[in-house]
Design a binder for this molecule. Structure first.
Ligand SMILES: Nc1ncnc2c1ncn2[C@@H]1O[C@H](COP(=O)(O)OP(=O)(O)O)[C@@H](O)[C@H]1O
Ligand code: SF4
Ligand SMILES: [Mg+2]
Length: 327
């Protein structure tokens, strides 16, 4: 990438501590994410896809420094933030925002939209007066396509799509350079999804925001992303330009994900062979040896059971972690 990335993540790992019940509580550390690396350029969207439990939310939260990493580095806008604390972290973090799947749970039901969206301005001292804050909020409501009278209403009086617009307006208040959008349209009706995704694209074009766009819906990710990363059991198994991922997938898991996407032509749909053996999602407390995908992989060999493959370059800008597949 020729431009300096806005976000550069290299080799991060995240552990969770689990405590088992019983009289003698034992603490156990499980490794939820390991060796995850990616860059995001200014104004770029990286889609992060993978089945439930693969570690997408964990990566998003680590990027925002909401949970600690046990290895690796996170560099945001040229500053290493991996171990940053206090005021310096607070200042940088205001330029990274999050949009969640269900804005209803993150929007205080007792606050009007005006108060919800004005809060970041007031907390960070960015509005000179209450009138100033009101004007900024009304501008943001215009930007996200909400009527001005929305300001005096409470979250419950809006539809899901409108609530997501409120969540986005709030995220925009501090002029972020990066938004981590964690399944932002997964809870919305299909008809509303495209509207919210289009809004996010318009905002990116006008404001130059970068997105880490987390989703399990491959069609939505294809629409919004410039590049796509595929996660499986805590690691990125493939990453590349959108078209390369969708038309020339390398990793057997990516292929499996794509083959599960319904296609309009029933003949084509039937012609697709079932690539991956059905199986349970990986238990990260007791992961398979070697390549974590091997119990479900039709191409697995003995080596796969013993040695974990690392992400390696298979074509220009296209990386995959697989012993037996090349571009
Ligand atoms: N607070 C937590 N404590 C212990 N384990 C967790 C916690 N949060 C997530 N996990 C585990 O970490 C793994 C990754 O979870 P998550 O990042 O939420 O995945 P995704 O967003 O891809 O569904 C899962 O196995 C999940 O059970
Ligand atoms: S390394 Fe082996 S088990 Fe893993 S995806 Fe490649 S072929 Fe399958
Ligand atoms: Mg998640």
């Amino acid at each position: 990438m020729t431009v300096a990335p806005i976000l550069s993540v290299s080799g991060i790992a995240i552990d969770y501590e689990l405590s088992s019940g019983g009289l003698f509580r034992k603490r156990r550390t499980v490794n939820a994410v390991s060796d995850v690396s990616f860059d995001i350029a200014p104004g770029e969207t990286l889609g992060l896809v993978g089945e439930s439990g693969s570690g997408k939310t964990t990566v998003g939260r680590a990027v925002l420094r909401r949970i600690p990493t046990v290895a690796g580095r996170i560099v945001f806008d040229g500053h290493e933030i991996t171990d940053l604390k206090g005021e310096a972290l607070r200042r940088l973090r205001s330029r990274m925002q999050i949009v969640l799947q269900d804005p209803y749970t993150s929007l205080n039901p007792r606050m009007t939209v005006m108060d919800i969206v004005a809060e970041p301005f007031l907390v960070h001292g960015l509005a000179a007066s209450v009138d100033d804050a009101r004007a900024l909020v009304l501008d943001l409501l215009d930007r996200v396509g909400l009527p001005r009278d929305a300001a005096e209403r409470y979250p419950h009086s809006f539809s899901g799509g409108q609530r997501q617009r409120i969540g986005i307006a709030r995220a925009l208040a501090l002029k972020p350079a990066l938004i981590v959008a964690d399944e932002p349209v997964s809870a919305l009706d299909v008809s509303v999804r495209a509207q919210v995704v289009n809004l996010m694209q318009d905002l990116q074009r006008d404001l130059g925001i970068s997105y880490l766009f987390i989703a399990h819906d491959l069609a939505v990710v294809r629409h919004i992303s410039h590049r796509v990363a595929i996660m499986y059991a805590g690691s990125i198994v493939e990453i590349g330009a959108r078209e390369a991922i969708y038309s020339r997938p390398i990793h057997p898991y990516t292929e499996a994900l794509l083959s599960a996407v319904p296609i309009a032509d029933p003949k084509l749909q039937r012609a697709r062979r079932r690539i991956v053996r059905p199986g349970e999602a990986v238990d990260i407390a007791d992961p398979p040896s070697g390549c974590r995908f091997h119990p479900r992989c039709p191409l697995a060999t003995d080596r796969c059971k013993q040695e974990a493959p690392h992400l390696t370059r298979k074509a220009e800008g296209h990386f995959a972690a697989c012993w037996n597949r090349d571009a």
